[in-house]
Design a protein around this ligand. Structure first.
Ligand SMILES: Cc1cc2nc3c(=O)[nH]c(=O)nc-3n(C[C@H](O)[C@H](O)[C@H](O)COP(=O)(O)OP(=O)(O)OC[C@H]3O[C@@H](n4cnc5c(N)ncnc54)[C@H](O)[C@@H]3O)c2cc1C
Length: 449
């Protein structure tokens, strides 16, 4: 293949794999990676576990990419400030020297991720870093840990995966934690209220207070946070973590003239934006739901990785497509594993599906085998066809594997009978002879007319 100049903006999960794949696709590709961080890649997903102390050192989350060995150029501590598609030039600002340099390209991959969304709550922006924190990088995670050493109480705003994982980490370090969520239950975008109840019970048992369906009205303090007002009630607090969602980091793409969707940069299945030769991947893009093929967000490492493979292949002259996402995720909240894939009941109904649901609670091993844990698995299917469109699970072990199975069933277009008849492995040390996934499908089939 003839040499091609590829510029990758952002060395996160997506940018990393896009670079590797581009080089694999075309050994002659000349790749330049621009990232505004001083350090290389880091695993954001590990931040809550480093805060908790399970990972002993934050630096273990940093991974160096041997770009020289891979025959690539890396520009750390450089911010891409514009993409001039007419002249095919990315302008990078050297943050240290405050000078700019032009980086020519044939293809560019925008992998700029997302940034935390801080809602316009009075006090939230004014007290940022004065007791109000967001969490998305090593710096702010370390800042939270340092700050938390001299305080006794914290409020986490947002009961999604990041908020709850961070809440547990703080509680493990003897901070009194309250989690506030505007919607009626934990993980509102992924699971249903009945599964959330199991999680909420476990959180309360571990001493975390929950205020669900509660709106934060203001955060008060002078030099430091002192209180938060929720549903007209003012609660004294030392620290507030805003885990209220993220927003696609799309400014570069927008300024370059790429088409935007409601929540992220629009791409086709090749991960190419509306401008030929400019690709976009990861948290900054809007994808499509694999269920109804409508616009959908999937701001996960797994999605960024897959999309990175596709964009890297195409930018280097190969051919690959990314068909869409189910937002299959797992999160470990204290002792509970929570996982989900596809639509929950709310999204299914909003998308116009009447659903039939099968839910099975059981044990992860036979009751006579030591260490069996409770598990609940839920399968959602289109009531008119039996096609599986969602799955959820919660328990102390074995949840992710089962939800992954449901995710595969959705991707394969399976109906309840197909998954019910799947031949699953059994040994008392790891499973029951009749798996909760099969049981959940059986219950749902019985409800089909
Ligand atoms: C605390 C936390 C826990 C998480 N846990 C999980 C989990 O368990 N599972 C999961 O699947 N996902 C998890 N995620 C989400 C996951 O980290 C993201 O979905 C993933 O990192 C997105 O990858 P990306 O490549 O799109 O962006 P990122 O990995 O965020 O990388 C974007 C990069 O672009 C750089 N950049 C941005 N703008 C510019 C610019 N103009 N010039 C140069 N560089 C720029 C940034 O410095 C950054 O390095 C978690 C996120 C957080 C914050």
């Amino acid at each position: 293949m003839k040499p091609t100049e590829i510029v990758i903006i952002g060395l996160g999960v997506g940018g990393f794999i896009a670079a590797k794949t581009a080089k694999k696709t075309n050994r002659n590709a000349r790749i330049t990676i621009i990232d505004e961080k001083k350090y290389d890649m880091f695993s954001a997903c590990g931040l809550p576990f480093a805060m908790e102390g399970i990972i002993s050192d934050f630096d273990e989350l940093i991974h160096s990419m041997p770009t020289e060995k891979m025959d690539m150029v890396k520009l750390p501590y450089h911010k891409a400030i514009s993409i001039d598609n007419e002249n095919k030039i990315v302008t990078a600002l050297d943050i240290d020297s405050n000078t700019t340099k032009p980086v020519p390209y044939d293809s560019v991959i925008i992998a700029t991720g997302s940034k935390p969304f801080v809602p316009p709550i009075p006090g939230a922006h004014e007290l940022l870093n004065k007791g109000v924190f967001v969490i998305n990088d090593l710096e702010n995670a370390k800042q939270i840990v340092d700050y938390s050493k001299s305080i006794s109480s914290a409020v986490v705003v947002g009961a999604g995966a990041i908020g709850l994982e961070v809440g547990v980490a703080l509680a493990q370090n003897n901070i009194e934690v309250t989690v506030i969520e505007m919607l009626p239950h934990a993980f509102p975008k992924a699971i249903d209220p009945d599964i959330a109840k199991i999680l909420e019970r476990s959180l309360k048992e571990s001493g975390i207070k929950l205020m669900m369906g509660a709106a934060v009205e203001k955060i008060t303090g002078d030099e430091k946070v002192t209180s938060i007002t929720v549903n007209s009630k003012t609660i004294p607090v030392d620290m507030v973590i805003m885990a209220s969602g993220v927003h696609a980091n799309w400014d570069l793409a927008k300024d370059a003239g790429c088409e935007l969707g409601n929540w992220g940069i629009r791409t086709n299945a090749k991960m190419e934006t509306s401008i030929p030769g400019i690709y976009a991947i990861g948290d900054c893009v809007e994808t499509v739901s694999l269920i109804n093929h409508k616009p959908w967000m999937s701001q996960l490492s797994t999605t960024a990785y897959r999309q990175g493979i596709t964009a890297g292949t195409n930018a280097a002259g190969g051919y690959d497509t990314f068909s869409g996402s189910l937002t299959t995720f797992v999160s470990v909240i204290g002792k509970m594993e929570v996982a989900a894939t596809g639509f929950n009941k709310f999204f299914a109904n909003t998308a116009g599906y009447k659903v039939v649901i099968g839910k099975a609670s059981g044990l992860t091993k036979p009751e006579w085998y030591p260490g069996a844990k409770e598990i609940t698995i839920k399968v959602l299917a289109d009531a008119s066809t039996g096609r599986i469109i969602g799955g959820q699970g919660i328990g102390e072990e074995g949840v992710a594997a089962r939800v992954n199975l449901i995710s595969l069933a959705i991707k394969g277009g399976m109906n309840l009978h197909d998954l019910y008849e799947a031949e699953l492995a059994y040994c008392p040390a790891v499973s029951e002879a009749y798996d909760p996934v099969s049981k959940a499908c059986e219950f749902a089939i019985r409800k089909m007319k």
